[in-house]
Structure formats: C-alpha cells, structure tokens
Design a protein around this ligand. Sequence first.
Ligand code: OSB
Ligand code: MG
Length: 376
Amino acid sequence: MLKFHRAVLHHILMTLKTPFAASSGSTFDREFIIVELQDKDGVIGWGECSAFSSPWYTEETTKTAWHMLEDFLIPIVFENHIEHPENVSSLFRTIKRNNMAKAAIEEAVWDVYAKRNNSPLASVLGGKKRKIEVGAAVGIQQSEKELLHTVERYVNEGYKRIKVKISPGMEDKILSPIRSHFPMLPLMADANSAYTLEDLAQLKKLDQYDLLMIEQPLAADDIFGHAVLQKELNTPICLDESITSYRDAKQAIEQKSCQIINIKVSRVGGLTEAKRIHDLCKEHQLPVWCGGMLDSGIGRAHNIAISTLDHFIIPGDTSASSRYWVHDLITPEVTMVDGCIEVPEKPGIGYEVNREQLKRFTLCSKVFKNTFNVNY
Ligand SMILES: O=C(O)CCC(=O)c1ccccc1C(=O)O
Ligand SMILES: [Mg+2]
C-alpha cells in the first residue's frame, strides 16, 4: 500500500543547446514541471510534465498542468491509499484528458513503487532489455548546410536512425539533400499535423525518399483521414498526436490508419497506459517506438524504462542528455554508445536527481503536505 505525505511541484526553465523547430512551433527555452512525491517512509519518486509553454503540440500548457496537479491530481493521490501504480489512472477517471499532468504524477508513483521494491523501474514494468536502441530528431534548420551538418554529426555519433521535421512546401528542400548525401540512412519525417488531405499530391511525392515512416501528417483528431491517406501512400504512417489512449490506438489499428505507433508516456497519461498500448500493438504485430518531448533527464529516465518492453522494436527519440542540454538534472547523465543507451540497474528511475542543478533551473516550487489523513 502506497501512502504519500508530501509532494513538491518544481517549475523549471532550462535552455536547449540549440532551438528545436517543428512545423507548428519552436522551442528554445524549455519550461516544464517536475513532480517530486514522497511516501510515508521518506521514499522519493520523480515525474516530469512534458507540457510546453504554449499549446502547439497538445492543448496542455505548463500553467494548465500546474492547475490540474495542484487542484485535482495531487489531492486525489493524497486522499487515496494506492495498492499499485497501475491503479492511479483509474483514480483519475473523473478528470477528463490533461494527460501530461496525469502522467507526471503517475510516473512519480511508479518510481516510488519501484524504489520500495528495490527494483529498477524497467523491471517492475516488465522490461527485459539491458540496453535500448535510439535515434535522434532534427528540427527544421536555417540552411541546407546546417541541416546536413547536423544530420552528419548524429550519424557519426552512432544514432540508429534520423528523424527530420518537415513542413508543407519544404519537403524536397529538407529530404532531397539528406537522401543524396546519405542514401542508406534509416530516415523518417515528422509533420506534426501540418497537412490535410488536400495536400495528397504533395504527400504522395514523399514515397520517393524511401522513408521508414511519416509521422503524424494530418490533424490529431483525424484518425479516419489517416486511413484514407495510408491507402494512397507506400510510406508507412506513424501516429503520434492522434494516439492519446488505448482506445485511440485500438481505433487506429482497426481502421488501418497507421502501420506504426509512437508511444509517449506523457501524451497517453502515464506508464500504465503506455504499457497497455504497447501490449495491444504487440498483439496486432504493429511496431512501436518511444517518442520524446525534449525531456530533461527525469522524463528521459521514464522513456528508457518503458522502452525496455520487448515490442519497442524501432529505435526511439530518447537521445543522450548532451543532445539537448549542457547540464542535465540527473547524475549520471544519459549517455549513448554505438546507438544504444544502457538501462540503469539502480532502483526506480535509476538516476539520482542532482538537487543543485534542479535548484539552479527552478523558477519557483510549491510544497504540498497531505492533510487528508495525518494519522497513518
Ligand atoms: O527529441 C525529442 O525529444 C523529440 C523530438 C520531437 O520530435 C518532438 C519534440 C517536441 C514535441 C513533439 C515532438 C514530436 O515527436 O512530434
Ligand atoms: Mg511527432
């Protein structure tokens, strides 16, 4: 039985090494929330809320997530005795959506649970891999020279596949030089919902680039449109923004809207739902990979843990800490060798949170004490 005495929300601002641009938004100053949760015996778990400063990727923002955590989710976690972290999402049933806020605190519960069992988070989730294969994501660059230089650097560092952001009208400018310089490179493109079915001719032209997949070409709520599009394309469609739950995944599979799913713990509301989607895709032999959210080391640690499940068969976006940050929030930082990240063996997320770094990047934090049942 898990009983929580104290929670702290840390409002963090970290600056990326270089700005990251997608079709619908650009990030340089990365604002997010870290959730610290402490149980009655002093065991501390960590979670990360991936919502951005503005709602360009999903409808959530740092502010909406803070409101959800402070006014709804922390009280629910305090009020209830939690048997197992798998039960947290059902406690949140009365709160609609707000998946990134939910995921942040659910991750922290899983971390506490794993630490109490003296086991790595990967093991308690059922993951067996000792290392995970990873790729790197490249944002929209200022020039062709910068684009090729960036791709080359990641290829030389050993990343197993490269994903590039594309936007309407820029496809050939981005993909053509990469393909001619790296004919054999495992390459994919992410559109972040920038197209509609009216762009069909343009989208069909992407088939020439021999991409592993095209990620989220159409609107997030257009699972039907993706089914129409997939019939027209040879390139497999991978859904990201469209999949916010097990049910979305089931619909997308049944409607043949995609051939691959990008699972993000934050987008689907936590590790439990991520695992359910993984299991469903495994059953349907639909490959999955773990997406990223320009995460700090805490989010990254959760991504590594979930990626150890056996059906994460495509390298994900969980790159090394140094891909994004001069200094990460965790010790040791996440490193990549030969395109792989070793899964930590320590209990819980397997990395220490560096309190000094955390403090350095904290804009403000708020402590919540459990007053629901002070006697336990
Ligand atoms: O490297 C990463 O962390 C992920 C890069 C990425 O593509 C991304 C980053 C921020 C928000 C959404 C996305 C996405 O996968 O669509
Ligand atoms: Mg994406």
